[in-house]
Structures are given as C-alpha cells and as structure tokens.
Write a protein of this length. Structure first.
Length: 169
C-alpha cells in the first residue's frame, strides 16, 4: 500500500494546503534564526516546530517528503497498535482486522495522511496506551511503566498542545 501511495503521489500529488505550507514556512523561519512565539506568532507546539525545523534542514520544502514522512508515522502507528492488540490478546482471535480498519480510517481524508502536529502527538499517545495496556493486562504496577506513560503524554502535549487533555488517562 505504501508503494502504491508513493507511485500515486509522484504521478498525481495532492494539493498543498495552507496549513501544510504554514508548517513548512515555520520550519524554514526557525532554521533562519527566528524565535517561536517571539518572532513567529503561531499556535504550533514547540516540539512540532522543532521537528519541522529539522525536516526543513534535512529535506527542504518538499511536499512529497512531508507526505512520505507522514505515511511512515502512520505505518508505525498501525503496526505498533496492532502488535499491542495481539501481544495482550485483546480479542479472542489474533487478527489484522484492527490494522486494516485503522488504515482505512486514516484514509478518510488526505489531510490525515500528511505530516502534521496532531499525527506527531498521537504517535506518543499510542505509545502511552501501549504502556497502559501493559499495566492493566499484566496487572503489575511498575513505576517505570507509569513514568513512561507520563513522559509519552508530556511529549504528545509538546507536539500538539490540545493533547494536554489526555493526561487523565
């Protein structure tokens, strides 16, 4: 599916939205020495802004690269979530149906496929949910697992500030 997506993006790329362009310009401006929230007024999370700066430094303003990086994050999230579901035997049968459903849900809109702060933050929320599953299913409460849930939740909020409401997990 990833190979078909790459072929499709090269053949007929998606249009660049204003949000995607603003994230590209944000990374470019931060790379030029401007300061976030002081010189650049934007509501993007600081970790996302740093990530966009690194992407701009390495790749530049390439819409195809942003699409491919977004799809790599999606692939990681799908594989990790399905691995967690299989590892902790959430369902009676081990199946890849949740991964297929998750992939289909990501493909409802092209906005959900490109690299964005919400996707970066949700990656860490899924890692936190994996730690939460390990605590509840194995029924052993370790301070290491609790600490990792807090760290992943904090990183998610650093990438997308509205994820601060996920702290009650």
């Amino acid at each position: 599916m990833l190979v078909l997506t790459v072929i499709f993006l090269i053949w007929d790329p998606f249009p660049l939205t204003t949000l995607q362009l603003s994230w590209m310009v944000l990374g470019e401006r931060l790379g030029q020495g401007y300061f976030l929230y002081q010189d650049i007024i934007d509501n993007t999370g600081p970790l996302s802004a740093g990530f966009f700066t690194i992407v701009d430094f390495i790749i530049g303003r390439s819409p195809l690269a942003y699409e491919l990086i977004g799809r790599i994050f999606i692939l990681f999230q799908i594989i990790y979530w399905n691995t967690i579901l299989i590892k902790y035997r959430v369902f009676d049968e081990n199946t890849y149906l949740p991964a297929m459903i998750m992939a289909a849900l990501f493909h409802f809109s092209f906005d959900m496929l490109s690299l964005n702060p919400a996707m970066l933050g949700s990656t860490f929320l899924i890692l936190a949910l994996g730690q939460l599953f390990s605590q509840t299913v194995l029924q052993k409460e370790t301070s290491e697992s609790t600490l990792l849930i807090g760290i992943y939740g904090g990183l998610a909020a650093g990438f997308h500030p509205s994820y601060i409401f996920s702290y009650p997990i």
